[in-house]
Design a protein around this ligand. Structure first.
Ligand SMILES: [Zn+2]
Length: 275
């Protein structure tokens, strides 16, 4: 699943290639992807004539600012945007197609169909974003804030890091990397973390997400960004996907367990449950 760095890479690609482009017509091939005040018909009716003014990102959400409307879009598991000539054949996984006036299409492709494009009126955008109930992104995280959130939660820290209302943008890969860097066991109850551990999680979140954004995110299996460029953070992963491989700090094999229903990778020697 694309996390903050991968979504940011998609955003930058869209910004580079699609800003200023105007929609000529729209084809929706899988209705459930699209949400709009008047349903899919409203979306198909209102998008033609819209030009893309800017693309922003909040956590893992992309915000498309069109002339009169906005989209709040989420890629979920495998969604991606393609910018291809209109003449290029449409494959079975491209579900929303915007024909642009420049002879290209902006296509939303999603093998699993979990992603969403939510169109709202511009004057409803702020309210719709507030309704997402997102916490701060790692770059805006403070130790005081995180401590306040953790004190009230008894569940494993791994699950709390995945909670978008606590921190926006972290998913399974970067949660494992942050906990490894901070030397915190993924099952440690959130309200039992020490102050130095909370500080270490804040520092690691900022350093790891910042670095991952710089190198275009992590490319695992078939995931590539919108325009075929690959991210490079996979070569820096210390825990995620490294089951059985030696810990870079102590040589102990990395283990994988299930925490909060998610596969979690950690070093059993460097990351021990306490308290
Ligand atoms: Zn270790």
């Amino acid at each position: 699943m694309p996390e903050l760095p991968e979504v940011e890479t998609v955003r930058r690609g869209l910004e580079k290639l699609v800003i200023g482009k105007e929609v000529k017509s729209v084809t929706v091939l899988w209705d459930n992807i699209v949400q709009a005040p008047g349903g899919v018909a409203d979306f198909v009716h209102r998008m033609p004539g819209q030009s893309l003014l800017s693309v922003e990102r909040i956590g893992k959400f992309l915000i498309f600012n069109w002339t009169d409307v906005a989209w709040i879009a989420h890629l979920r598991m495998e969604g991606k945007y393609l910018y291809v000539p209109t003449t290029e054949s449409v494959d079975a996984y491209s579900h929303v197609i915007l024909h642009l006036t420049d002879g290209y299409d902006l296509r939303y492709r999603d093998v699993r169909k979990f992603g969403r494009i939510h169109m709202v009126d511009k004057n409803q955008l702020e309210q719709a974003i507030n309704a997402l109930n997102l916490g701060p992104e790692p770059k805006d995280l403070t130790t005081v804030y995180l401590k306040g959130k953790l004190e009230k939660r008894k569940r494993p820290i791994k699950g709390v890091l995945l909670d978008q209302s606590v921190i926006a943008g972290i998913g399974n890969i970067y949660a494992d990397e942050v906990l490894y860097a901070a030397k915190v066991h993924p099952e440690q109850a959130a309200n039992t973390l020490t102050d130095p551990e909370i500080q270490a999680i804040v520092d690691a979140s900022q350093a790891i997400i910042g670095h991952a954004v710089e190198v275009g995110g992590t490319t695992i299996r078939s995931y590539t960004n919108a325009f075929g460029e690959n991210g490079h953070y996979q070569q820096y992963l210390q825990a995620y996907g490294r089951t059985g491989k030696p810990c870079a700090r102590c040589g102990t094999p990395i283990e994988k367990i299930s925490v909060s229903q998610r596969g979690s990778h950690f070093c059993p020697n460097c990351q021990k449950v306490h308290g």
